[in-house]
Design a protein around this ligand. Structure first.
Ligand code: AGP
Length: 611
C-alpha cells in the first residue's frame, strides 16, 4: 500500500527519495509525491499514476530541486479521494510551510476537518491526510516546536498512521511518528533516513531503529531523538537490518515474480535448515514457546490469515488434524474479527502473514490475545507489527518478496506448517512421519526438476492465455492448491478464475461448462485420484477444455486432457508444496503473454494495511 521515505543530511535528497520510493513501488500505489526545501521554501512535486510520471516532473526541475538536502516522499494507494495530483501526498497547510506524508487512515478526520475549517483552514484535497497538515500547522503556531506540535496533534488523531513532517523554517529537522503502521529510522553518518519499510533503506544503511507505537522521532543530520507520547525520552534500540541490497535486484529475470518462483528450492532448504536435521531425529522448533504439556493437551487451534496466507493455513489445518488429531478452524481474518469467536486461554491461535502488516490479521490476533490465547505468528517479516504481538514466532525466512503475487513466501509458509505439524505430532508421541521427513528433504530437487522444464508450462499458458474464465478443481489436501492457483491467475492476468472442490462441480458450477471454459484438474496420486478423474470426465463430457496437473504417468490421461503438466511423483500429503509451482508458472506465463504488469498488478498492494 502507501510508502514513506524521508531523508536529511548532506546529499541531494531528491535522489534518495526517488530511489527509496522506487524500492517501495512493489507495495502497490496509484500516485506519488515529494517535498523538498529549496532556498528556504518548501516545494511540493506530485503526480498521478506511475512513479515515472513524478520522475519526469522532477527531471525538468532537477537543477533547482536537487539543491535540497532534506525531503520527504510518498507513494499513495488511494483510500479517501481518487488517485489524483491534488490527493497525492505530501499535503500542506494554508501557509504552505508544513509538508506531511502519511500511511494509514485517520478515522476522525471529518470531525477534525470541520473544526479546522471553522478556524480558517482551507482544504484542497479529499484526503484524510490533509487534516494532519492543518492540525500540525495550527499546533506549531501555538508552540513553535515541530516535535511538540506533532505530539499534540497525534493526541487528537484517531486511527492508524505513520507520519513524516517537515517545516519550512526548520531546514534541519524531520519529525516522524507512528501508531498501528510501521516506520523505521535508518542511521547514517551526518545523515539520517526514515521509511515505512526496509527496502527503502538497505542500500544506504544497515543500522536502524524500529519506532514503537506512539513514539515520536526527531531527525537532524547528526541526531535522532525519540520520545513517547507523554514526552518521556525513549532509549534507542539500534538493530541491524536483515537484508542485502541484492535482494532487490531481479538478477537477470524478467520479473521479480519469476525470480521468486525460482528461489523456492533454496527457500525450502532454508526453512528446513536446523529444524529437520535427520529423518530419525525429532523436529527442533525452539520458536514454539508453548510448553510441551500444554501443547500435548490442546484441543483446539484457530488459524487466521488472508489471501495466499489463508491457503497455506488451509493446508496447515489438513495436516495438523491428520497428524495430531487436534481440531483446527481456519478463517479469513476479516471474518473472524466481526463475530463472536469462541477463543480462550486453551486455544492456540495462529496468525499467518507474509508481510506481518495485514490489518485484518493484526486485529484478529490482538482480539485473541485479549482473550488469553497463546499467539503463534508465522511470518516472513520478524520485524513486523504482527511479529511483535507473538508469544511464539516462526519466521519463515523466505527473504524479501517484491512481487505483489506471493509465491516463495507461500512455499515457506507451507513448509513451516509441515514442520509445525510434525513437531506437534512428535510432542504427542506420534512418530510415524519419517517418510514425510524424507520427502521434505528431497522436495527442493523435485521443484528444480519442474523449473528445468518450465517451457512445457509456457506452451500450455500460450494455448489458454485468451480464455476469459478458468476453473481449477481438486480434492482433499490440494483444494487449497486449486484456490491458490486460481488466485495467482486472477491477480496477475485479471482472468476470472475459481477453485472448486471437484466433488462440488456437479452441484452448480458444471452449468457453466462448455468449450469456452478450461478446467484444470489437480490429479495427484493418492486417496482421491480416481474421484477427481471421474469429475474430470464429467467436465469433459460438457465440452470443457481440460488441463491436467499430475504426478501420474498414466497414458490414458492423454485422451481426456488437451494439455498435461507432469510433475515428479510425490507423497500425497506433501503434494501441495510441489503442485503449486506449475500453477505459479502457468499464471506467470499467461500474464506475461497478455502483457500485464506482472509484479505490480492493478489495484493490488503488497501489504494491505487497512481493514
Ligand atoms: C498474494 O498473492 C496476495 N497478494 C494476497 O492475497 C496476500 O496473500 C494477502 O493480502 C495477505 O497478505 P499477508 O500474507 O502479507 O498477510
Amino acid at each position: 500500500m502507501c510508502g514513506i521515505v524521508g531523508y536529511i543530511g548532506y546529499r541531494k535528497a531528491v535522489d534518495i527519495l526517488l530511489e527509496g520510493l522506487t524500492s517501495l513501488e512493489y507495495r502497490g500505489y496509484d500516485s506519488s509525491g515529494i517535498a523538498v526545501n529549496v532556498d528556504g521554501k518548501v516545494q511540493l512535486y506530485k503526480a498521478a499514476g506511475k512513479l515515472q510520471n513524478l520522475k519526469n516532473i522532477v527531471e525538468k526541475n532537477y537543477a533547482d530541486i536537487s539543491k535540497s538536502t532534506i525531503g520527504i516522499g510518498h507513494i499513495r494507494w488511494a483510500t479517501h479521494g481518487a488517485p489524483t495530483v491534488e490527493n497525492a501526498h505530501p499535503h500542506s497547510c494554508n501557509c504552505g510551510k508544513v509538508a506531511v506524508v502519511h500511511n494509514g487512515i485517520i478515522e476522525n478526520f471529518k470531525e477534525l476537518k470541520e473544526k479546522l475549517e471553522k478556524n480558517g483552514c482551507t482544504f484542497r484535497s479529499q484526503t484524510d491526510t490533509e487534516t494532519i497538515a492543518h492540525l500540525i500547522a495550527t499546533k506549531f503556531g501555538e508552540v513553535h516546536d515541530l516535535t511538540e506540535a506533532v505530539r499534540l496533534a497525534t493526541k487528537e488523531i484517531e486511527g492508524a498512521y505513520a507520519i513524516c513532517v517537515m517545516h519550512q523554517d526548520l531546514k534541519d529537522t524531520i519529525v516522524a511518528t507512528r501508531r498501528n503502521a510501521p516506520l523505521v529510522v535508518g542511521l547514517g553518518e551526518g545523515e539520517n533516513y526514515v521509511a515505512s519499510d526496509v527496502p527503502a533503506l538497505i542500500q544506504y544503511t544497515k543500522k536502524a531503529i524500529y519506532l514503537d507505537e506512539n513514539q515520536i522521532a526527531t531527525l537532524t543530520p547528526n541526531s535522532v531523538d525519540i520520545i513517547d507520547i507523554d514526552k518521556n525520552p525513549v532509549e534507542k534500540k539500534i538493530e541491524t537490518l536483515p537484508w542485502e541490497p541484492v535482494a532487490l535486484s531481479k538478477m537477470g529475470y524478467k520479473h521479480f515474480m519469476l525470480k521468486e518462483i525460482h528461489e523456492q528450492p533454496d527457500v525450502v532448504r532454508n526453512v528446513l535448515s536446523g529444524k529437520l536435521r535427520a529423518i530419525d531425529e525429532n523436529i527442533i522448533l525452539k520458536e514454539v514457546t508453548l510448553d510441551k504439556e500444554t501443547l500435548k493437551n490442546l484441543n483446539r487451534i484457530q488459524i487466521v490469515a488472508c489471501g495466499t496466507s489463508l491457503h497455506a493455513a488451509m493446508v496447515g489445518k489438513y495436516i495438523i488434524e491428520d497428524f495430531c488429531g487436534i481440531a483446527v478452524d481456519v478463517e479469513p481474518s476479516s471474518e473472524y474479527i466481526y463475530r463472536k469467536t469462541i477463543t480462550d486461554k486453551n486455544t492456540l491461535v495462529i496468525g499467518v502473514s507474509q508481510s506481518g502488516e495485514t490489518a485484518d490479521t493484526i486485529t484478529a490476533v490482538r482480539q485473541a490475545k485479549s482473550k488469553g490465547s497463546h499467539i503463534l505468528i508465522v511470518t516472513n517479516r520478524p520485524d513486523s507489527t504482527m511479529a511483535r504481538e507473538a508469544d511464539s514466532l516462526i519466521p519463515v525466512n523466505a527473504g524479501i518478496e517484491v512481487s505483489v503475487a506471493a509465491t516463495k513466501s507461500y512455499m515457506a509458509q507451507l513448509i513451516s506448517f509441515y514442520l509445525l505439524a510434525i513437531y506437534m505430532a512428535e510432542v504427542k508421541g506420534i512418530n510415524n512421519l519419517n517418510e514425510l521427513k524424507h520427502e521434505l528433504i528431497v522436495l527442493p530437487q523435485k521443484i528444480e526438476k519442474i523449473l528445468a522444464h518450465k517451457e512445457d508450462i509456457q506452451k500450455c499458458a500460450r494455448k489458454f492465455a485468451n480464455s476469459k474464465d478458468f476453473i481449477f478443481i481438486a480434492r482433499g489436501i490440494n483444494f487449497p492448491t486449486a484456490l491458490e492457483g486460481a488466485l495467482k491467475l486472477k491477480e496477475i492476468s485479471y482472468i476470472n478464475a475459481t477453485g472448486y472442490t471437484a466433488g462440488e462441480l456437479k452441484h452448480g458450477p458444471i452449468a457453466m461448462l462448455d468449450e469456452s471454459m478450461p478446467v484444470l484438474s489437480i490429479l495427484m496420486k493418492g486417496k482421491v485420484y480416481d474421484k477427481i478423474l471421474s469429475n474430470s470426465e464429467e467436465a469433459k463430457a460438457r465440452n470443457a477444455r481440460m488441463i491436467a496437473l499430475t504426478d501420474s504417468d498414466d497414458t490414458k490421461l492423454n485422451e481426456l486432457f488437451e494439455c498435461i503438466i507432469r510433475i515428479p511423483e510425490i507423497c500425497e500429503i506433501l503434494s501441495p508444496a510441489l503442485a503449486v509451482v506449475p500453477l505459479q508458472l502457468l499464471a506467470y506465463y499467461i500474464a506475461e503473454f497478455l502483457g500485464k504488469d506482472v509484479d505490480q498488478p492493478r489495484n493490488l498492494a503488497k501489504s494491505v494495511t487497512v481493514e
